[in-house]
Structures are given as C-alpha cells and as structure tokens.
Write a protein that binds this ligand. Structure first.
Ligand code: 6OG
Length: 186
C-alpha cells in the first residue's frame, strides 16, 4: 500500500554579522532548551518569504523587506523521522547584518539596505536571541544534529550557497537528535 506523505512547512532564518551569528535559545515547543536559528511553522496558505519576515520580526525585532528576504533564500531542508510519517519541509534563508552606528541589513545580492537600530534586537516569550561571537563557538552540542552538517558548511563557505538537504532521524519529539542518514545537494 502506498501512503502519501504528509508535509508540514516551516521557515528558518540564519542571521549573521561578520563572524558572529545570532542564535535563539528556545523556551518551549519543538527544540525546547536548544539553540536554533529563527523561524516557525507557515500559516495556512502563507508564502515562505512572508512567513520568514514575520517570524524573524516576532522572534528578534529585525525587519527585513520582502525583496530582501526573497534574495536571502538559500535552500530547503527536509526532515523525516522513523516514528512519524509527517515530513518537515524547512525553507532556509540567510540574512547578513552589517554594524556601524546603526545595524544595516542587506543580502549579498542586494543594493537596498534597511537600517535597524541595534536596540531593536529583542526576543519574545518563546525564544531569547544571543550573539555567538565566533563561528567556532557555536553550541553545536546543544542544537539539532543536522546543524553540525549544513550550518557549519554554510558558514565556512565564502560563496553564496544553495542547499537542498535531507535528514532522516531515528525519532521525532523531544528525543530527536540521532540522524540515521542524510544527503545534501549543494
Ligand atoms: P516552531 O514550530 O517551534 O518552529 N526546526 C529545525 N531546525 C533544525 N535546524 N533542525 C531540525 O531538525 C528542525 N526541526 C525544526 C523549523 C520550529 C522551528 O525549528 C526548525 C522552525 O524554524 C529536526 O514554531
């Protein structure tokens, strides 16, 4: 019997500033107690770019235009689990923030800049943002296991990358974190 796979869609936005990365410590829900980039579930019928702008603003206070977010799209991650037929389909974005007196948000491919006051970076009840001062200090032991594979590759890469990754985990739920197999197309 062929059972069609159910899919849930999410956004995930990696925020960097030179060699710093902004990560969120999650207080509830999936990944509670762990660090992750920002994002969440797409609302019904919502476009992934709209969702990414909304989640980034909700969780950090950072505003990025639709144009910027469209240009910041860097790929897609698929998560599947032995004990759950639902596939998680995660639309991946990377936003680089430049600091001077203000924080300016731009993507490598865009000339448009958005000025954000650094003090606007704040969390919400679900997540607390924290600057990790150096890519070597990323708390990978306290993050989803897939980040050790694609996030480290992304941050080490000098060129703009486009990722298509698939990670199959032993279990979903709170015990998530053992990858059975994976592949990443670059
Ligand atoms: P809420 O449903 O709590 O959003 N997410 C994952 N991110 C990584 N790096 N690895 C995983 O491995 C993940 N599973 C989910 C997608 C959940 C957020 O967490 C991301 C969403 O941005 C299994 O609002």
């Amino acid at each position: 019997e062929i059972v069609p796979r159910k899919r849930k869609e999410f956004s995930l936005i990696v925020v960097t500033n030179g060699n710093r990365i902004l990560l969120g410590l999650k207080h509830r829900g999936f990944g509670k107690g762990m660090y992750n980039s920002f994002g969440g579930k797409l609302e019904q019928g919502e476009d992934s770019v709209v969702a990414a702008c909304r989640e980034l603003h909700e969780e950090t206070g950072i505003c990025v235009t639709m144009k910027h977010m469209t240009e910041s799209k860097i790929g897609i991650l698929h998560f599947t689990f032995d004990d759950d037929p639902t596939e998680m389909c995660v639309h991946l974005f990377r936003v680089n923030i430049y600091c001077n007196d203000h924080v300016t948000v731009e993507t490598a491919s865009s000339s448009e800049q958005i000025v954000v006051d650094p003090l606007t970076i704040r969390g919400c009840d679900e997540i607390t943002p924290e600057w990790i001062e150096n890519f070597f200090h990323i708390p990978l032991h306290n993050m989803f296991a897939d980040d050790s594979i694609w996030l480290t590759y992304l941050l080490a890469s000098e060129k703009k990358v486009c990722l298509d990754g698939w990670f199959h985990f032993l279990e979903g739920g709170q015990e998530v974190n053992t990858i059975r197999h994976h592949f990443v197309d670059i």
